[in-house]
Design a protein. Structure first.
Lengths: 298, 295
């Protein structure tokens, strides 16, 4: 059975943070969502210490084989999440991973302490990479900053800490190594790639915030290469993601050494993409051939 | 971004979980738009105002990697399908790679659908207790959900009038959804065209204004869907005259079920709602200003 940091998973397919609102999906589809939940673990949308409204529209822009989003981490804030959302997410039939982001180590620590003590939470993902919010880049671009953040947070909980890496840096593998030195239990990659588009009607930037993060199949080769380089550098389990739309895509990530894969943008096109990809993966020839991770592709 | 409940328009049908593949039954012209009919063997009957996410099963992404995301389209008409299930009619205008591909669908082709999604128009009495009737005000491709609402009003004996705005006689897409394909105007439908080539010359708001200014205006509820500038004009007019209204809005939407957070619409007092799960039908007082910025 697949596992991530000791958390047993029914399949190796989970969701990417911020790409599935299980509470809203239950409103749209009812309890059928719970009966056939598409992911083996659920990763929450990133929560921040204080509530955030998110970025002004326009927030999404379709691109060739992908999309750019500039959502801006709308969320109820730490206390709102704990009081309102966590009890409802605890009704999901899978382990819960809570994504957290803060702009100071003190705020990060406060979030980790409050979230980790809740028994509904199996693991915590540290968002140090969201390219939509200015403060998110700083830690994730810098190996020593990342290590220092983990040094501060690691003593606060025994629960797994997963570091979500940003692809918007020259050497993500060095940042992953910093996370490993700081005591992270896993890394996840990739987050969205910074991107911009011009609205052909107005001639101005299409997104309300001016730029956003690119996702979808367009980013998959970049994600695979970053996975390869990180895999070559650290021993930590890796959650691989970036444009996975099929079992064959997922098999590529597993072949490069990902422990599990995450599905993001494809869920927008197919609300049950996670289940479909897990099923396709089972029958994928590539995954059978690559039972052992391939580490030396250079 | 507070989670305070908004006034909630009418009860909606709930979508089966996941996408399903439907077959195109027909694709016909409607005054410059297309009416694409799909046969849905699994889903429930949608309520007026609800929408579906649509993506052609083949050829999606064929234009320079687009369309990539499904397109949110309101349902314009439903009826029992031969052989079981329901026929869903969608009014489409080819404005980009997604709607362009949908407009090219041929009978027998497959379409991935998710839906029905979102909320629905409320009945006049749910909007305003004591309301005696309704006025449906539509423009362009936005006449679609009003056609289904109008059918429900007729079935339930709710008094209503219909005001539709079009560019000119050659661009009256969707009119036949209200009046049949003969083109003969049914008595309760009034038209405005910008050049006066059919109906009254002017805008649909020119038809609405005398109704809003009338003595019995407050006894009616306005239901509207159309271009953002039209919706904003109607929202403002209704607010000015103290008449209740429901607006069916449009917004860029990647998923339709609350996952992407793309369809943000500003709320009065700050924050945003997600049009896919909090709408697409909003009460006039739940909207600050209808703007091209998010429509």
């Amino acid at each position: 059975m697949p596992e991530l940091c000791g958390i047993e998973l029914a399949t190796p397919v989970i969701n990417a943070s911020g790409t599935y609102d299980a509470i809203a999906a239950r409103q749209a589809f009812g309890d059928a969502l719970l009966e056939d939940f598409p992911f083996a673990a659920f990763v929450s949308k990133t929560i921040t210490p204080e509530p955030r409204a998110g970025n002004p529209p326009r927030r999404i822009w379709e691109t060739p084989a992908g999309m750019i989003n500039s959502i801006g981490l709308p969320n109820k804030g730490l206390e709102g999440f704990l009081a309102e959302d966590l009890p409802r997410l605890a009704e999901l039939p899978v382990p819960l991973i809570v994504s957290v982001m803060a702009t100071t180590r003190e705020d990060f620590a406060r979030c980790i302490e409050r979230v980790a003590r809740r028994r509904e939470v199996a693991a915590i993902e540290l968002n140090i990479s969201c390219p939509n919010v200015h403060s998110g880049l700083i830690v994730g671009e810098n190996p020593s900053e990342t290590e220092a953040l983990l040094d501060a947070l690691r003593p606060l909980t025994e629960k797994p800490l997963i570091v979500k890496l940003t692809p918007n840096t020259a050497d993500p593998a060095s940042v992953a190594a910093g996370a490993e030195r700081g005591g992270a239990d896993a890394v996840s990659l990739i987050n969205t790639l910074k991107g911009t588009a011009i609205d052909p009607v107005t001639g101005a930037p299409a997104l309300g915030n001016g730029y956003g993060g690119l996702s979808g199949p367009a980013v998959r080769p970049v994600a695979l290469e970053q996975l390869r380089s990180v895999r070559a550098r650290v021993e930590l389990p890796i959650v691989g993601m970036g444009g996975i739309s099929s079992g064959a895509d997922a098999a590529e990530f597993l072949a490069l050494g990902a422990a599990v894969v995450a599905v993001g943008t494809e869920s927008f096109r197919d609300p049950r993409a996670g289940s479909r990809i897990a099923t396709e993966l089972e029958s994928s020839l590539l995954s059978e051939r690559s039972a052992e991770p391939v580490l030396d592709l250079d | 971004m507070d989670s305070a409940p908004l006034p909630r328009p009418g009860a909606a049908s709930r979508a089966p979980f996941g996408r399903r593949r439907c077959e195109v039954a027909s694709n016909r012209d409607s005054g410059g738009y297309r009416v694409v009919s799909l046969v849905d063997r699994e889903g429930p009957e949608p309520e007026p105002g609800q929408f579906y996410m649509l993506a052609a099963a083949t050829g999606w992404g064929a234009r320079d990697g687009r369309a990539f995301l499904p397109r949110a389209i309101s349902v314009a008409e439903t009826m029992p399908a031969a052989g079981g299930g329901i026929r869903l009619d969608f009014l489409l205008d080819a404005v980009g790679p997604g709607t362009g591909r949908l407009c090219d669908l041929e009978a027998g082709e497959g379409v991935w659908i998710v839906g029905p999604l979102g909320n629905a128009f409320a009945s006049p009495r749910e909007v305003a207790p004591g309301a005696a009737g309704a006025v449906l005000v539509g423009g362009g491709v936005g006449v679609a959900p009003l056609a289904l609402q109008r059918k429900r009003f007729a079935e339930r004996g709710i008094a209503h009038r219909v005001l539709l705005g079009f560019r000119d006689r050659a661009h009256t897409g969707g009119l036949d959804l209200f009046c049949g394909s003969s083109g003969a105007l049914c008595p309760e439908v009034r038209l405005a065209t910008e050049d006066g080539s059919q109906g009254v010359q002017g805008r649909v708001t020119d038809l609405l204004l005398p109704i809003l200014a009338g003595d019995d205006a407050a006894s009616g509820v306005i239901y509207t869907c159309g271009p953002p500038a039209m919706l904003e004009a109607i929202r403002a007019l209704c607010a000015e005259h103290g008449v209740s209204c429901e607006l069916a809005l449009e917004s860029p939407m990647a998923c339709g079920f609350g996952a992407c957070f793309g369809c943000a619409v500003p709320k009065p007092g700050g924050g945003f709602l997600r049009l896919c799960i909090d709408g697409p039908v909003l009460r006039g007082d739940a909207v600050e200003e209808v703007s091209h910025a998010y429509a």
